[in-house]
Design a protein around this ligand. Structure first.
Ligand code: SF4
Length: 337
């Protein structure tokens, strides 16, 4: 029987491991953190049905318990080389080597580093936070201004580090529009008196029930939308944030003061994805891993025995990553037979 190594124990890596294990394939799944599902574990609820992230993490962790799956946490795979007939050699950051017939890259994404948008004042003004931090605030019921008081107003800014010439990322990160809508609704549920505004370039409600969520945010929760970009954020003497923006529908510059400015940071290829994709010769645009063909061979690569799935290829939602992992597992099974 061929040996399979999966790198990355996020939703995609775990789903692929469970499908393969159910087919009687032995799998080793490597994770650089001390526990799987790190990116999801900090979330509160997931779009579009507000499922508790905890429930998803628990369900995925159960899948890891299937016979045939060996978990290797705290193992940062930094080297990936083809060893002829021996298959693939994986090397971790401690210098240990592992040999395997096939590899599935599921190394995921990393959130855009908001420090790179200096004009937005992240980590300069306490009221400027990222969507990752806002998710934690919502999860622990701690949405508060810099004085630890209930915020009067929260403003979301879309497309931070995506669709952006300056940061070099021309692509859309796909999930931040709907995440802002979801977070604004969650804030209104916890703090009905807090005003919420979403500044957007255009709203991409591409998935099932997304449009309904967007309508619900306006009709039931009073979330307000402004088509425009925020060019600059600065602090005020009382710990709030002043933003300069242009309402591109009205064609008017505007200023607004808010307690919290939430930067909806996009997805970038993770360090692991960049490093391993480069090492294996499958590095595509923006550092993401490249499949052979987006239509018919989207989990296969130009390298024999090397497969890819999930957000190491491009931004995608959790459910898309899980479905993609199933496709990758089937492609691997097909290759084994
Ligand atoms: S999903 Fe929305 S916020 Fe995110 S990059 Fe695309 S358009 Fe911008």
């Amino acid at each position: 029987m061929k040996s399979i190594s999966i790198i990355g124990a996020g939703p995609a890596g775990i789903e692929a491991a469970s499908i393969l294990a159910k087919q009687g394939v032995d799998v080793t799944i490597f994770e650089k953190s001390s526990s799987p599902m790190k990116n999801v574990a900090d979330k509160a609820y997931l779009f579009p049905n507000f499922a508790a992230a905890n429930d998803i993490v628990e369900a995925m962790n159960k899948k890891l318990m299937l016979p045939g799956i060996t978990q290797q946490n705290d193992t940062d795979i930094v080297g990936l080389t083809r060893e002829g007939q021996r298959g693939w050699k994986l090397t971790d950051s401690q210098g240990n080597s592992y040999y395997t017939d096939m590899v599935l890259l599921a190394t995921g994404y990393t959130p855009f580093d908001a420090h790179r948008k200096e004009e937005l004042g992240y980590s300069i003004y306490g009221g400027v936070v990222t969507s990752i931090e806002m998710e934690r605030m919502i999860r622990y019921n701690q949405v508060a201004n810099t004085m630890m008081e209930k915020p009067r107003r929260v403003v979301f800014l879309q497309c931070v580090g995506s669709r952006d010439e300056k940061s070099g990322n021309h692509y859309c990160s796909k999930v931040c529009c709907v995440t802002a809508v979801k977070q604004a609704i969650e804030i209104k549920k916890q703090l009905p008196d807090t005003e919420t505004f979403i500044f957007y370039m255009d709203l991409r409600m591409w998935g099932q029930h997304f449009e309904e969520m967007y309508r619900m945010s306006q009709q039931e929760y009073g979330v307000r939308y402004v088509r425009g970009r925020i060019s600059e954020a600065s602090g005020t003497f009382d710990g709030r944030v002043q933003i300069k923006a242009e309402d591109t529908l009205m064609g008017m510059p505007l200023k607004m003061t808010t307690d919290l400015l939430v930067l909806m940071v996009g997805m970038e290829a993770s360090a692991g994805t960049r490093c391993l994709a480069q090492a294996a010769g499958i590095c595509g645009e923006y550092g993401f891993a490249q499949s052979i063909d987006p239509h018919l061979k989207d989990c296969q690569t130009t390298q024999e025995g090397l497969f890819v799935c999930g957000t190491c290829k491009r931004p995608m939602s959790i459910n898309d990553a899980v479905n993609d992992a199933r496709a990758a597992a089937l492609a691997i099974i097909d290759e084994i037979k």
